[in-house]
Write a protein that binds this ligand. Structure first.
Ligand code: SF4
Length: 94
C-alpha cells in the first residue's frame, strides 16, 4: 500500500504487518500528526481522497520511525530532494 503527501511518498509493505502487535504507526500518526493512518482489518490504511490526504498530511515521518523501533520495519518513505541528482553528478558522488 502506498500514498503520497505533499512532497513525500509512504510505502507500506503490508506483508510485514502480519503479526504486528503494536500497530505503532497508527498510534504515532495520531500522536504526532493528524491521524491519517488508521487501522483496518489489522493493517494500516488511509481514509479519504488523495486530495484530503495531501491536505492533512504533515510529512512528519513519525510512522516510519515508530515502525522501525516498535513494528516490523514495514514502512519506507521516499523524500526526493530537488537538485540532489544534479548535485551528485557535479560533485561525482553518484
Ligand atoms: S507498525 Fe509497522 S509493521 Fe506494525 S502495523 Fe504499522 S506498518 Fe505494519
Amino acid at each position: 500500500m502506498e500514498f503520497s503527501e505533499k512532497t513525500i511518498k509512504i510505502i507500506i509493505d503490508e506483508e510485514k504487518c502480519e503479526g504486528c502487535e503494536t500497530h505503532a504507526c497508527v498510534e504515532a500518526c495520531k500522536t504526532y500528526a493528524r491521524g491519517i493512518l488508521v487501522l483496518k482489518n489489522g493493517k494500516p490504511a488511509v481514509e479519504g481522497t488523495p486530495d484530503e490526504i495531501t491536505r492533512k498530511g504533515t510529512e512528519c515521518m513519525a510512522c516510519e520511525y515508530a515502525c522501525w523501533f516498535r513494528g516490523n520495519s514495514a514502512i519506507t518513505i521516499e523524500a526526493p530532494i530537488e537538485g540532489l541528482d544534479a548535485y551528485r553528478k557535479k560533485h561525482g558522488t553518484d
